[in-house]
Design a protein around this ligand. Structure first.
Ligand code: ATP
Length: 275
């Protein structure tokens, strides 16, 4: 699509949101405003983490950026193109991986390419390269039920990488994993991110994870979600997460989040009383 943007941002930006919001009109439920007034610019190759209380619209914003849902306020662009449909340039990875159990690992990874009409040889070679990057080339011919949860999430990352996305959207991708596996997956993701040059937008509830991964942490208010503040994580990489600076950032993020979680709880109680 042609460049169609106000002159306030660069067409090189990986993601641009201007005044973005979403009101869900959900069947018999009351329509409600999940997200409002989001202005955000994400640079190419930047790692941005979304942190906020439950229900503040973090996932909703990822779906809008993915082009899976339409914004009801404002507009979004990716590399100068208006976002109004999904694109292979923007891959979304969920908390629970949905791999096809009847396909092998490489067939799962190259599934998007088969929809594009790529032949078997090309698909297998792209899948091999993507699996190599996530350290699972040896598992190419296995089926998903032969893999652990962490390995399945790595296959999901390989599947996203096979489409050579410029933007990786990750919705709590490691939430279902145990603490040790999650820490390893974070290191692995940082390697993949560095190699791929993609921008990553990553939703988490974990402050530790935000400090370990992000260039910037976007902290949201309680519903309707707005950007409360953006905290740069200026720690050198690889990061020493036990440093005083890392601890100070965790404390600052904890304080910012605590205010919003308290507000969200108070609102939920008020709603319960009036319901
Ligand atoms: N498809 C949908 N239809 C109707 N309402 C929805 C839909 N998806 C999300 N919502 C509502 O939008 C609000 C924001 O939800 P969302 O999942 O984006 O928040 P979140 O910050 O990601 O929450 P969590 O951290 O708990 O995953 C919630 O009130 C949710 O019920």
């Amino acid at each position: 699509m042609a460049f169609d943007a106000p002159p306030t941002f660069s067409s090189k930006d990986a993601v641009v949101c201007r005044g973005v919001g979403k009101t869900w009109a959900a069947g018999t439920r009351r329509a409600h405003n999940a997200l409002t007034g989001i202005d955000l610019d994400v640079a190419p190759g930047e790692f941005v983490v979304f942190l906020g209380p439950s229900g503040c619209g973090k996932s909703t914003l990822l779906y809008l950026i993915a082009g899976l849902e339409d914004a009801t306020e404002g507009q979004l662009w990716s590399f100068g193109d208006l976002v109004d449909t999904p694109s292979p340039e923007r891959s979304l990875i969920f908390q629970e991986t949905s791999l096809f159990p009847w396909l092998t690992v490489w067939e799962n990874v190259s599934f998007g390419l088969s929809i594009r009409g790529a032949g078997k040889e090309e698909r297998r070679s792209v899948a091999a390269e993507a699996l190599q990057r996530v350290g699972l080339k040896a598992a190419m011919d296995k089926r998903p039920d032969e893999l652990s949860g962490g390995m399945r999430q790595r296959v999901a990352v390989a599947r996203a990488l096979a489409m050579r996305p410029k933007v990786l959207l990750m919705d709590e991708p490691f939430a279902a994993l145990d603490v040790q596996t999650r820490a390893r997956m974070q290191d692995f993701l940082l390697d993949v991110w560095r190699d791929s040059g993609a921008s990553v937008l990553f939703v988490t509830h974990h402050i530790d994870e935000a400090v370990a991964l992000a260039d910037r942490v976007v902290v949201f208010t309680s519903r309707p979600g707005r950007i409360k503040t953006i905290v740069p994580i200026d720690l050198p990489r690889p990061r020493n997460l036990f440093s005083r600076e890392a601890e100070e950032l965790r404390i600052r993020l904890t304080d910012l989040l605590r205010d919003e979680v308290d507000r969200a709880f108070a609102e939920q109680e008020a709603l319960a009383v009036t319901a």
